[in-house]
Ligand binder design. Structure first.
Ligand SMILES: CSC[C@H]1O[C@H](OP(=O)(O)O)[C@H](O)[C@@H]1O
Length: 353
């Protein structure tokens, strides 16, 4: 089935429509967000999730949050815009795309300070749509570049969900697989279920099934064994924030998969658009790691699985050091053995290649 992770519905006074990913794979339901609180809650509760998708949702969230001030003074409009940006920035801390998108929207308002509120609001919707279209284009380019790294007849392991559901387009890691399959390469994907929220089992398996790409779901603790059985010939994951030296934050468990890949001599690729890089951070140990609720671990399957009173630790991300990353795939191409200098040069190149 064709699906759009999220899209703007109606004119500038319309709403942000998105798939509620917490209901997949058993229920496909789209929800309309008419308030910035609704957008914030959707990001916080992972109804919309995935670094690029969070950025696109936040951009549209600015439009939703300022919609009622189209006739207000520009001073009042700017005050509301600042409040809305700060509020959306508090939804989740790790995916830098959220802050990158909010900064782009704020910068536009600063640049167009002479516009009346109504015209400014229209321009903000245009900018959010532009961010969305550019993300879709970056996903396609990532697929093109990454597909060349996958040979036909190989097994590819991925962790969490870096598919169309995580972006404004075809995904990052999954875009590589979609492009390889479209190029006639036969691949089998092994999807880590990705505890505690099961983005791999629930979302990655669903997306690959929709595209007719063979996929096998494994528990997270099976990754070493499937590598040892020579079922895996490449690992491709997404990222939520990549520091200037190439250290990459991604869903919890990714670091462990990278260590396993190294131990088995399997290439480990990170696929991400340039909007996922945070050059203000020199290394990955400065990336903020989101801590999530006890209930996600202790009551994740509709039943209590941890005794009352027992502590639970639930970091939602970890950081893979650059020396475990074989290459980073972006819309501009592939950075082999990423380091600070190579990344800086890569990002200085023209945009989409
Ligand atoms: C294409 S980036 C997807 C990235 O985001 C996921 O995190 P979450 O599901 O918590 O938003 C995960 O880290 C994916 O790799």
């Amino acid at each position: 089935m064709e699906y759009q992770t999220l899209h703007w519905k109606g004119d500038a006074t319309g709403s942000l429509c998105m798939i509620d990913q917490t209901l997949l794979p058993t229920e496909f339901k789209e929800i309309d967000c008419w308030t910035v609180e609704g957008v914030w809650e959707a990001i916080k509760m992972l109804r919309v999730r995935g670094a690029p998708a969070i950025g696109v949702a936040a951009a549209y969230g600015v439009v939703v949050g300022t919609r009622e001030l189209r006739e207000a003074s520009r001073q009042d409009f700017n005050k509301k815009l600042t409040e809305v940006v700060k509020y959306l920035a508090s939804s989740r801390p790790t995916a830098v795309n959220l802050f990158w998108a909010l900064d782009r929207m704020s910068a536009l308002a600063l640049k167009e300070s002479s516009l009346a509120s109504l015209a400014m609001h229209d321009r903000l919707l245009e900018e959010a749509r532009r961010i969305h279209v550019q993300d879709r284009e970056m996903c396609a380019a990532i697929g093109r570049h990454g597909s060349e790294l996958l040979k036909s007849g190989t097994g590819v392991l991925t962790h969490c969900n870096a598919g169309g559901l995580a972006t404004g387009g075809d995904g990052t890691a999954l875009s590589v697989m979609f492009a390889a399959a479209a190029a006639g390469k036969s691949i089998r994907v092994y999807a880590d279920e990705t505890r505690p929220l099961l983005q791999g089992a629930r979302l990655t398996a669903w997306e690959l099934q929709q595209r007719g790409i063979p996929v096998t779901v494994i528990c997270d603790n099976m990754a070493a064994q499937v590598m040892k059985e020579d079922r895996i010939h490449a690992v491709v994951t997404g990222a939520d924030r990549i520091a200037a030296n190439g250290d990459a934050a991604n869903k919890i468990g990714t670091y462990g998969v990278a260590l396993l890949a190294k131990a088995h001599g399997i290439p480990f690729y990170v696929a991400a658009p340039s909007s996922t890089f945070d050059l203000s951070l020199s290394t990955g140990d400065k990336i903020p790691i989101e801590q999530r609720s006890r209930e996600e671990v202790a009551e994740g399957f509709g039943r209590q699985t941890v005794p009352e009173g027992v502590d639970v630790y639930n970091p939602a991300f970890d950081v893979t050091p650059a020396d475990l990353i074989t290459a980073i795939i972006t819309e501009r191409g592939v950075v082999q053995r990423p380091n600070r200098e190579l990344i800086a040069a890569h990002l200085a190149e023209d945009a989409i290649a």
